[in-house]
Design a protein around this ligand. Structure first.
Ligand SMILES: *[C@@H]1O[C@H](CO)[C@@H](O)[C@H](O)[C@H]1NC(C)=O
Ligand SMILES: *[C@@H]1O[C@H](CO)[C@@H](O)[C@H](O)[C@H]1NC(C)=O
Ligand SMILES: *[C@@H]1O[C@H](CO)[C@@H](O)[C@H](O)[C@H]1NC(C)=O
Ligand SMILES: *[C@@H]1O[C@H](CO)[C@@H](O)[C@H](O)[C@H]1NC(C)=O
Ligand SMILES: *[C@@H]1O[C@H](CO)[C@@H](O)[C@H](O)[C@H]1NC(C)=O
Ligand SMILES: *[C@@H]1O[C@H](CO)[C@@H](O)[C@H](O)[C@H]1NC(C)=O
Ligand SMILES: *[C@@H]1O[C@H](CO)[C@@H](O)[C@H](O)[C@H]1NC(C)=O
Length: 392
C-alpha cells in the first residue's frame, strides 16, 4: 500500500513517466481504480463488542470484516458524516466517530471517501433535514453555517492526520439539500435550466465548496470534491441537474468528480444500457472522473417483501452469485464503457450492516455476510461475494 503523504510524489513520478512515453493515451489514468465499500456502520457494530465476522474461506476464522473485504479486493472505504447525531443518543456517524474510523482505515492503507450529509440523520432524495442548530428561514445565515461547518470539519480531519481522497458535498442531492431552503427539483415541466428554485441550492452548494477552500487555506490537503446524485441511469435527471447548477452560477471547475447511485430494485429502468448512456453523456459533457458511489444487490429477497421487487436486470438472480455478477458487470461498465478512462470507481453500500440487512434495498439482505438470525447470536459468515472486487 502506498503511503498517503507520498501521493504527490507518486503522481509527479507517474506524470513524468507518462510525458516521457512515446504516445501517451489522451486519457486520465487513475493511480488505481477505486474498489470501495461503504463501511459507515461497521465501527458501530465493532464498538458493541458482540458482533463477530467469520471468514468462511479461512476455516471459519474470526476476523475483522474490513480485512475480509480487503482480501476481496477492496482498496477504499466510504464513510457518512452526520452533523450532530447526538440528539439521537449516540455519536454514531458523528465527527469523533468518523475521524476515529477514518484513522483506523487509513492506518490499514485504504483510500478514504467522506460522505458529508449536511444533516444529522438520513438524507436522500425524499428527505434532506436541516440540522437543528442551522437556520431554516434565512438563506444567508444557513450558507454561512454550512461554509463554517465544512471548513472546520475538514480541518479537524487534517489535524487528526487523516488525508481524505474524496469529499462529497451532500448525499444524493437530486432534490437539493438542507430543506426547505435548499430544495430543488428536476421535475418541473416545461423544464428550463434556470428554474428558480435551483438558485438557492446553487448558492448553498457554493458556500459548502468555499468551506473546502477555507480548510485548504488553513493547511488541509485538497480532496477531490464529488457531487452525488441518485438514479445515475436516468440521463434526463443528470442532464437537467448539472445544467441547472451551472446556469445558477456553479462553475464546472468547482467540482472534480461525479458520483451516482445505481440500484436494481427501485425501478426497472435502472438497466446497464441506460446507465451506460447516462455516464457516457456525463463524461462527454464534463470530462471529469465518474464513480458509481452506491450500489448493492440482494443475497436474499423472498416473501418478506410482497411483491418481490423485480431486478432491473432480471437475468441476474437475487442470490450470492447474482451479487457477484451485478457488481462485476457494473465495474466492467464503469471501467470499459465510460470513455477516456474517466470511469474510476465503484462502491458497494454497507456490505456488513448485519443488524439492519435490508436497509438500502427493497429486499431482506444485500450484505456480503450471512448473519445468524436466531437468538442472541451475532455471528456473520462471509459469503462468496466478499470477493466481488478480486477479478476485474
Ligand atoms: C463454518 O461454519 C458453518 C456454519 O456453522 C458450517 O456450516 C461450516 O461447516 C463451517 N466450515 C468449516 C470449514 O468449519
Ligand atoms: C468529541 O471529542 C471531543 C474531544 O475529545 C470531546 O470534547 C467531545 O465531547 C466529543 N463529542 C462527542 C459528540 O462525543
Ligand atoms: C422547488 O420546486 C419543487 C417542485 O416544484 C417544490 O416542491 C419545492 O417546494 C420548490 N422549492 C423551493 C424552495 O421553492
Ligand atoms: C427520468 O427522469 C425524468 C426527470 O426527473 C423523469 O421525468 C422520468 O420519468 C425519469 N425516467 C424514468 C424512466 O423514470
Ligand atoms: C456505451 O455507450 C457508448 C456511447 O454511446 C457506446 O459507444 C457503447 O457501445 C456502449 N456500450 C455498451 C456495452 O452498450
Ligand atoms: C443463484 O441462482 C441461479 C439461478 O437460479 C443458480 O443457477 C445459482 O446456482 C444460484 N447461486 C447460488 C450461490 O445460490
Ligand atoms: C444495530 O446495533 C447498534 C449498536 O448496538 C444499535 O445502536 C442500532 O440501533 C442497531 N440497529 C438496528 C436496526 O437494530
Amino acid at each position: 500500500m502506498r503511503h498517503r503523504t507520498l501521493l504527490p510524489l507518486a503522481a509527479a513520478a507517474l506524470a513524468a513517466v507518462i510525458s516521457a512515453a512515446p504516445s501517451p493515451a489522451a486519457s486520465v489514468i487513475p493511480l488505481s481504480f477505486y474498489k470501495g465499500h461503504d463501511l459507515s456502520s461497521l465501527k458501530m457494530l465493532e464498538d458493541t463488542g458482540t458482533y463477530t465476522f467469520v471468514d468462511t474461506a479461512q476455516d471459519n476464522t474470526t476476523r475483522a470484516a474490513d480485512d475480509i473485504l480487503a482480501d476481496g479486493g477492496m482498496n477504499a472505504v466510504r464513510m457518512r458524516l452526520w452533523v450532530d447525531p447526538t440528539a439521537q443518543g449516540a455519536d454514531t456517524y458523528g465527527l469523533n466517530y468518523t475521524i476515529a474510523w477514518a484513522q483506523a482505515m487509513q492506518a490499514k492503507g485504504r483510500r478514504l471517501y467522506l460522505d458529508m450529509f449536511f444533516a444529522s440523520d438520513w438524507a436522500d432524495p425524499s428527505k434532506q433535514p436541516t440540522p437543528a442548530a442551522w437556520s431554516t428561514t434565512d438563506l444567508g445565515v444557513l450558507a454561512a453555517s454550512l461554509r463554517a461547518y465544512v471548513g472546520s470539519t475538514l480541518q479537524a480531519f487534517a489535524e487528526a492526520g487523516v488525508a481524505l481522497d474524496i469529499v462529497a458535498l451532500g448525499n444524493e442531492i437530486r432534490n437539493g439539500m438542507l430543506w426547505p431552503l435548499g430544495q430543488a427539483s428536476v421535475d418541473v415541466e416545461p423544464w428550463s435550466a434556470t428554474v428558480a428554485n435551483f438558485s438557492s441550492l446553487a448558492a448553498l452548494w457554493k458556500s459548502a465548496r468555499a468551506g473546502v477552500d477555507d480548510a485548504v487555506a488553513a493547511g488541509a490537503t485538497k480532496p477531490q470534491v464529488l457531487i452525488h446524485i441518485d438514479n445515475g441511469w436516468n440521463q434526463t435527471i443528470q442532464e437537467r441537474w448539472f445544467a441547472a447548477m451551472v446556469a445558477n452560477g456553479v462553475s464546472t471547475s468547482d467540482w472534480d468528480v461525479h458520483g451516482f447511485s445505481f440500484y436494481p430494485f427501485y425501478g426497472t429502468a435502472a438497466t446497464f444500457t441506460n446507465l451506460n448512456a447516462s455516464l457516457n453523456y456525463i463524461a462527454d459533457t464534463y470530462g471529469k472522473p465518474i464513480h458509481v458511489v452506491e450500489t448493492d444487490y440482494p443475497a436474499v429477497c423472498n416473501g418478506e417483501y410482497d411483491p418481490i421487487p423485480p431486478s432491473s436486470e432480471p437475468q441476474i438472480p437475487y442470490n450470492v452469485s447474482g451479487q457477484l455478477e451485478w457488481v462485476q458487470d457494473v465495474v466492467s461498465l464503469v471501467k470499459n464503457e465510460v470513455p477516456n478512462g474517466l470511469g474510476q470507481g465503484v462502491w458497494y453500500w454497507e456490505p456488513a450492516f448485519e443488524n439492519d440487512t435490508s436497509l438500502g434495498s427493497d429486499c431482506n439482505d444485500a450484505t456480503l455476510f450471512a448473519p445468524v438470525y436466531s437468538g442472541s447470536d451475532t455471528t456473520s459468515y462471509s459469503r462468496a461475494s466478499v470477493d466481488m472486487f478480486l477479478d476485474d
